[in-house]
Design a protein around this ligand. Structure first.
Ligand SMILES: NC(=O)c1ccc[n+]([C@@H]2O[C@H](COP(=O)([O-])OP(=O)(O)OC[C@H]3O[C@@H](n4cnc5c(N)ncnc54)[C@H](OP(=O)(O)O)[C@@H]3O)[C@@H](O)[C@H]2O)c1
Length: 288
């Protein structure tokens, strides 16, 4: 089965390449190889390659920068998924499109179900929510939206790697303790996406994160402890909890963004606790 992966140079894209099942004929396109914001290029590529499925791992993910360049974010996160959906419709492909917990406002106190009303707080969240809509409107029957959150990997730009660097350089970090979600390792996310590719009956909106709940502060404490145990970090790192107001950012973030994953659990998908995944990812970093 031929599968086209967009954004193949990103954290999730790289993991999709690393975990690709042997039976898949993979066409992995980095940003340089396929700009999903170029409608003609998307149409031509899909017409030529005729994949059975597309996984869209490309996105404009600079959450704070998006506040000052909304048009660029909209082109990549809203218009481009629409181009992919239109192309998928034409060539008969399924489209598995990644989205985010930032479509929610974070005011809930229990995990967000896929059908919960969206109310993004930021340009990034709004453009991603509108991208979901563009996909579902163009391709109702063969579209899957997978919302995820707090993604990290041993490579790429992410919270875990930033913390390891800062903890190593400074020995102390201050981290927001009043935003709660679920750290999610890119590898099991990529494996779940491949399982979705193999199950054509899956459609609509689903949530995938690792299991459990943490604040960014909890995540940082775990990085310090696990990194210390692996010898990646000194055992003396100090992690201080702070409030969101003490770390102002251009984009507002949802204070609570735990996602309800039961729709995939009902289909046989299982998640492992985030702390176990963190240990595995730090091990990969230390071997890397
Ligand atoms: N990271 C998270 O915490 C997180 C949380 C929730 C949801 N998600 C979603 O998960 C998906 C994957 O995110 P990620 O963490 O892998 O992000 P990432 O590491 O930033 O990767 C995104 C990739 O998309 C590429 N890209 C940007 N514009 C493009 C365009 N016009 N055409 C083709 N490729 C383009 C980027 O290439 P360049 O770098 O060369 O521009 C990059 O390789 C996204 O849909 C994101 O919204 C991520």
């Amino acid at each position: 089965m031929k599968v086209l992966v967009t954004g193949a140079g990103g954290q999730v894209g790289r993991m999709l390449r690393a975990t690709c099942p042997a039976a898949v004929d993979l066409m992995a396109c980095t940003h340089a190889e396929l700009d999903i914001g170029d409608a003609a290029a998307v149409r031509e590529t899909l017409k030529r390659e005729r994949p059975a499925a597309i996984i869209n791992a490309a996105a404009y993910t600079a959450v704070d920068k998006a506040e000052s360049e909304p048009e660029r974010a909209r082109r990549i996160n809203t218009a481009a998924p629409g181009y992919l959906a239109a192309g998928a419709l034409e060539c008969g492909a399924r489209l598995i499109h990644l989205s985010t917990d930032f479509v929610f406002d974070g005011q809930a106190s229990s995990p967000y179900r896929p059908e919960a009303p969206t109310r993004p707080l930021s340009v990034y969240g709004t453009t991603k929510r509108d991208g979901e809509r563009a996909v579902l409107e163009a391709l109702t029957d063969r579209a899957v939206i997978v919302r995820t959150a707090w993604v990290y990997a041993a490579e790429g730009s992410n919270f875990m790697r930033t913390m390891v660097r800062l903890m190593g350089e400074r020995g102390a970090v201050r981290v927001v303790a009043d935003q709660v979600g679920t750290p999610t390792a890119a590898r099991p996310l990529a494996e779940a996406l491949w399982q979705i590719v193999a199950r054509p009956e899956i459609r609509g909106i689903h949530h995938w994160t690792d299991a459990g709940v943490a604040s960014w502060y909890d995540f940082a404490v775990a990085i310090a402890e696990e990194g210390g145990a692996l010898g990646l970090l000194p055992p003396t790192v100090t992690v201080t909890p702070i409030a969101t107001e003490e770390y102002p950012t251009p984009a507002r973030r949802p204070p609570y963004s735990v996602l309800d994953k039961r729709s995939l659990a009902a289909l046989g998908f299982t998640q492992v606790h985030w702390r176990q995944r963190l240990r595995e990812t730090l091990k990969a970093l230390s071997h890397g």
